[in-house]
Design a protein around this ligand. Structure first.
Ligand code: NI
Length: 248
C-alpha cells in the first residue's frame, strides 16, 4: 500500500489496523562509470514497495537524497548535510507520528546514510523526552539496509565473490538493471575490479577511486541477478516486519 496512492480516509482506515509504516531512504550519487546516479534511491524504493506488497505494510515516499558529501567530486551527485538529513528524518517521523504511526522502519539503500539516520533517531527520542515527557508517543524507529541480511549476503558472494566490493557494487547495479532494463549502460573495455580502501573527503575519494567505484566489478551485474537479490531482500526484511510491529 503506497501512501502516495492513498486518500486520507484510506490512511485513516489503515491506521485502525496498523500503526506501522516503511520509509525508503536512498541517495542520489555517482555509482561509477556504469551505475545510475539514482541507484540507492531506486533500490530502496523498489525493495520497500516489495515488502509493502508482501506484508500489507504502508510505504511512504522515498527520501531520495541522502548524505553523500564524499561523492561530490563526481558530476550529478547531490547531498544533504548530515544536519539537514537529521532535520528531514525528524520532520518525516514527527509528521507520521502526528497521525498515529508509531512503528517506522527505514529501508536504506546507502551505507553513508546509516550514521546520520541513527543520529536522527536519537535526536527524535531526545526531543520527545524533553518536550513531551510521559506524554511522548512510544515510537519505535529502526533502520535496515537492504543488503544487510544473510540471504542477500550469501547470494552476492555466490554471484560475485570478492568482486562485489563496497561501492557501485554488481549487486546494486544488477537491481537497477532488473528494474530499468532500458537504462543499462555499456561496460567500458577492461573495466576490471576497482581499488579498495578508505578515504577522507570528496577530493581524496576521487584521487583514490578515480572512476567512482570501490572494490567492485559491476561488469558482472545482470538483470536476472538483480531480480534474485531483490526478491531475497524483500523476503528477508518482510520476515522481520511482524516482529517489529509486535515488539513492546
Ligand atoms: Ni549505492
Amino acid at each position: 500500500m503506497l501512501l502516495s496512492l492513498c486518500t486520507w480516509p484510506e490512511v485513516e482506515a489503515y491506521l485502525k489496523t496498523s500503526t506501522g509504516i516503511i520509509v525508503p531512504i536512498g541517495s542520489t550519487e555517482q555509482h561509477g562509470p556504469t551505475g545510475l546516479i539514482g541507484t540507492d534511491a531506486i533500490c530502496a524504493e523498489a525493495i520497500a514497495r516489495g515488502i509493502g506488497e508482501r506484508t500489507g505494510a504502508m510505504v511512504a515516499p522515498v527520501i531520495a537524497v541522502g548524505m553523500a558529501a564524499h561523492h561530490m567530486a563526481f558530476a550529478g551527485s547531490l547531498t544533504l548535510r548530515p544536519s539537514t538529513l537529521v532535520a528531514v528524518i525528524r520532520d518525516t517521523v514527527l509528521s507520521l507520528a502526528e497521525h498515529g504511526f508509531t512503528r517506522i522502519l527505514f529501508v536504506n539503500g546507502h551505507g553513508g546514510n546509516i550514521a546520520t539516520v541513527r543520529a536522527a533517531f536519537y535526536e527524535i527520542h531526545d526531543e520527545l523526552r524533553t518536550t513531551r515527557g510521559a506524554a511522548a508517543p512510544d515510537l519505535r524507529l529502526k533502520v535496515v539496509s537492504w543488503w544487510e541480511n544473510e540471504a542477500v549476503g550469501r547470494l552476492s558472494r555466490e554471484l560475485f565473490g570478492d568482486r562485489e566490493g563496497s561501492h557501485a557494487t554488481p549487486s546494486e547495479v544488477a537491481v537497477t538493471q532488473h528494474l530499468f532494463p532500458d537504462a543499462i549502460k555499456p561496460v567500458p573495455a577492461a573495466l576490471g575490479t576497482a581499488p579498495r580502501g578508505a578515504f577522507h573527503d570528496h577530493r581524496d575519494f576521487r584521487r583514490r577511486f578515480p572512476d567512482g567505484r570501490i572494490g567492485s566489478d559491476p561488469s558482472l551485474a545482470r538483470p536476472e541477478h538483480g531480480k534474485r537479490l531483490m526478491d531475497a531482500a524483500v523476503a528477508a526484511i518482510s520476515e522481520g516486519w511482524a516482529e517489529f510491529l509486535s515488539e513492546p
